[in-house]
Design a protein around this ligand. Sequence first.
Ligand code: FES
Length: 102
Amino acid sequence: MATVTIMPSGKSVEAAEGATLLEIILSAGEGINHKCEGKAQCGSCHIFVQEGRKGVSKIGREENEKLDTIVGVGSKSRLACQTKVLGTENIKLELLGFSSGL
Ligand code: FES
């Protein structure tokens, strides 16, 4: 188990290994867009992983290609639906504005 802290609210939740950040964010009751329902096609679930980047799965080809099309992407950018918790490290992520990736 790893603890995931969701900014800017600061809410912390326990996350099981293999869960996606999107699932964790939604189960914590936080708002995040996920228009393609987790297929790496819409980019609306773009977040920043601020801490614990070794504690999540690596970026895959589909995710990388989608991120390339989003404005405002940086080195901490991930698609929440494609990012799985490995359970080895605690994670701090930042939700972006609802206009991100649209
Ligand atoms: S929900 Fe569409 S890319 Fe993540």
